[in-house]
Design a protein. Structure first.
Length: 239
């Protein structure tokens, strides 16, 4: 059995797999509840564990203390699992982004754009040949609205609804944030199609705000939960 851990900015998500695709359990806890992981993981006879972390070292140590076996913390590499990383310095690329790309390689055989709609919106471009060309980092939904509220007069108000033609400030805020995010994803999709000379690629979308922007994206678009955990599973299978 393999334990997979995604220590993200707000929560610690985990899953236990047997073999390549049989999931036996999963869960998530807030950073303040890290000690609850010990009891959750005790239910499984674990021998291997792989983790990805974008959190402070102290929290990583706390997570490791709950595990019944050593955790191999994955880092971004120049190449892995059939993907060649064209980042100028792979060490500067967040491991969560890298694992999302590896997950996309596992799930999609052709060209694909990977978008993670969390605190930030990350957008990655991967070719059918396994070349990760690079990606974008854009403020996420809440960061956009918070920035407008903090730095612009009279915009510190709740967002409204998406409208094709907003006629009030609340709807203008909601529509503007979502259109900016969806537009960045669609431009990345068009850019990848021009680069490869092939059809518009599908989009794999994940993150807490995926449901907000998915209706604004052209098909094919698929929401996939826990891309980082899927990327960790790909690493574990290739190790």
């Amino acid at each position: 059995m393999i334990l997979l851990i995604d220590a993200g900015n707000t929560r610690i998500k985990w899953a236990v797999y047997r073999g390549g695709d049989i999931q036996l359990g999963q869960g998530a806890v807030a950073h303040d509840d890290v000690t609850a992981l010990k009891a959750a993981w005790a239910a499984f006879p674990l021998r291997r564990a792989y983790g990805a972390a974008v959190v402070q070292p102290a929290l990583i140590q706390q997570i490791a203390a709950q595990a019944p076996c050593p955790i191999e913390w994955v880092r971004t590499l120049p190449a892995a699992a059939g993907v060649r990383n064209h980042y100028a310095d792979p060490a500067q690329m967040g491991v969560d982004r890298w694992l999302s790309v590896l997950a996309a390689r596992r799930l999609v055989p052709g060209d694909v754009v990977v978008a993670g709609a969390g605190t930030a919106l990350t957008i990655e471009s991967l070719t059918a040949e396994g070349d990760y060309l690079g990606g974008l980092i854009v403020p996420g939904y809440r960061l956009m609205l918070a920035s407008l509220a903090d730095n612009t007069a009279r915009l510190n108000q709740p967002a409204g609804d998406w409208r094709a033609f907003p006629t009030c400030t609340q709807d203008a805020l909601e529509t503007g944030a979502l259109e900016a995010m969806a537009g960045a994803v669609e431009r990345a999709r068009q850019r990848l199609a021009r680069h490869t000379g092939r059809m518009l690629p599908p989009v794999l979308l994940s993150g807490g705000d995926a449901d907000r922007i998915a209706p604004l994206l052209a098909s094919p678009c698929q929401i996939v939960d826990n891309l980082v955990l899927t990327g960790l599973l790909e690493v574990a299978d290739k190790t």
